[in-house]
Design a protein around this ligand. Structure first.
Ligand code: NAD
Length: 477
């Protein structure tokens, strides 16, 4: 253990969940609170043998779990939702401590998790009649796949888990879940909570230090990988899945443009755009990551964004009033400082621009203007609270520049003339495009990335189907 780090202000033992039991790890993992940069808990870390045990447990649990009626599985999801709702504050506090996000945002994440469980518990997978004629009937059954590996990123561990675990379970699959190593605790606690309701082996949770992902995705007993993370890792996952033609859902990185039309009320729109850019310190796959503003309003919009950014209250997420917390981990903190350096070199920084001199991984909310499209901050996913504001004169040119990226996760268009803004929205190459809002994700609406931002969708009935195999049964008369 690192000598300057003091362990644990939490007494909870965070064990792996394997085959319905809490299992100490072959190793331990230190969990840092990003608001202090110091150790606040340790948890179990699995080795490969324990990952193998988790997969074997899930495989053994599959036949019985998949034979249960959907009504039984729905009822269990409801029970888990009730249990999570009853411990919402505990989960939210833990989430703030491990992720750094402000407590109200963590509370929102946990409420969303409960809502997601309940929403999936309402869905059904009925056998459909695809065709009926005098030659017979063609039916479609949605069969479960087997063992699902649910691999998640560190920015919204519970939200991402809830796009995977409830639909996978409802469809009759069993699961090995693996959170990111810097935010393992809420996922472990959720696994522990579920153990009270689910048969052994149905949901297993293991933790690694970025060293078991490949083992899971290559494993022949994993039928599907539901992955959320960076595009770079997603490509590795896809390649790894190819060996056994595994099903795969990839929710990957984004570089969302926001196009501001020339008729907006700047005072009304600027706070929404800034919020869309710096929520969770910019560590949102769908955050606003580039803002295109018409030349007639460019100066005024830059000034307003800068004024607002300077007012944001940055601090420990557990402190009342904090609007923005730290970056989640040291690696990201260091990476974002590279984007700050790029901003200073290639653009004009008009708010923030620095790491904050205090313990923890804090960066000032930053607004940058007069930066070229070729700058790293514009071309890459910054995943931090730095907003580049770019000028356009012709809307077609703004659309072309917004689309000039390998990413295609989200985008937004802002304008008083909603018809005109919607026409522009239709031209943006992204999985989700909003008009006069950004980041709204209703539970029943499918969500997924275009281009290199992903493959497949999560959420809602369409997301549920991705955890099934369509089985056509063609019955002669
Ligand atoms: P990451 O790709 O580094 O890690 C994601 C997960 O993959 C972690 O659990 C990690 O341990 C695991 N992993 C690492 N190597 C692996 C391998 N070879 N095989 C399988 N799994 C492996 O991503 P991150 O830094 O944790 O998260 C940030 C990224 O996630 C950003 O790009 C962000 O945009 C993206 N993200 C996307 C969505 C979405 O829904 N599209 C949501 C949240 C975050």
């Amino acid at each position: 253990m690192n000598a300057h780090l003091k362990p644990s202000n939490t007494e909870h033992t965070f064990d792996l969940v394997v085959n319905g039991k809490l299992v100490p790890g072959a190793m331990t993992l230190e969990v840092i609170n990003p608001a202090t940069g110091k150790l606040f808990a340790t948890c179990a870390r699995a080795n490969q043998a324990q990952a193998e045990q988790a997969i074997a447990a899930a495989k053994a649990a599959f036949p019985e779990w998949s034979r249960k009626s959907i009504a039984e599985r729905r009822a269990l999801l409801e029970k888990i939702a009730d249990a999570l709702a009853a411990r919402l504050d505990e989960f939210a506090r833990l989430s703030t401590q491990e992720s750094g996000k402000p407590l109200p945002l963590a509370v929102g994440e946990m409420k969303g998790a409960v809502a997601s469980l309940r929403n999936y518990a309402k869905l059904d997978l009925p056998i459909e009649t695809v065709k009926e004629s005098d030659k017979g009937r063609i039916m479609r059954k949605r069969a479960p796949l087997g063992v699902v590996a649910a691999i998640t990123a560190w920015n919204f561990p519970m939200t991402l888990l809830m796009n995977k675990v409830p639909p996978a379970l409802l469809a009759g699959n069993t699961i090995v879940a693996k959170p990111a190593p810097t935010t393992p605790l809420t996922t472990l606690l959720f696994g522990e909570l579920c153990k009270e309701f689910l048969p052994p082996g149905v949901l297993n949770v293991i933790v690694d230090q970025n060293d078991l992902g490949d083992f899971l995705t290559q494993h022949p007993d994993i039928a599907k990988v539901a992955f959320t993370g960076s595009t770079a890792t997603g490509k590795k996952v896809m390649a790894s899945c190819a060996a056994s033609v595994k099903r795969v859902t990839l929710e990957l990185g984004g570089n969302d443009p926001a196009i501001v039309m020339n008729d907006v009320d700047i005072k009304e729109v600027a706070p929404k755009i800034l919020q869309g850019a710096i929520v969770n310190a910019g560590q949102v796959c769908l955050a606003v990551k580039r803002v295109y503003v018409h030349e007639s309003q460019y100066d005024a919009m830059c000034d307003e964004l800068a004024r607002l950014a300077k007012q944001v209250i940055v601090g420990d997420g557990l402190e009342a009033g904090t609007q923005m917390g730290p970056l989640q981990n040291k690696m990201q903190y260091e990476k974002v400082q590279e984007y700050l350096a790029d901003a200073h070199k290639n653009g004009k920084v008009i708010a923030g621009g620095n790491a904050i001199k205090r313990d923890g991984y804090f960066i000032e909310p930053t607004v940058v203007r007069d930066i070229p499209d070729s700058a790293r901050l514009v071309r890459e996913e910054q995943f931090g609270p730095i907003v580049p504001v770019l000028k356009y004169s012709d809307i077609n040119d703004a659309v072309r520049r917004a689309n000039d990226t390998t990413y295609g996760l989200g985008a937004s268009v802002w304008g008083k003339d909603v018809e005109r803004a919607s026409e522009v929205a239709m031209q943006l190459e992204a999985g989700t495009v909003w008009v006069n809002k950004h980041l709204e994700l209703p539970l029943e609406v499918p969500f997924g990335g275009a281009k290199q931002s992903g493959l497949g969708v999560e959420k809602g009935a369409e997301g549920l189907k991705e955890f099934t195999q369509s089985r056509i049964v063609n019955i002669g008369s």
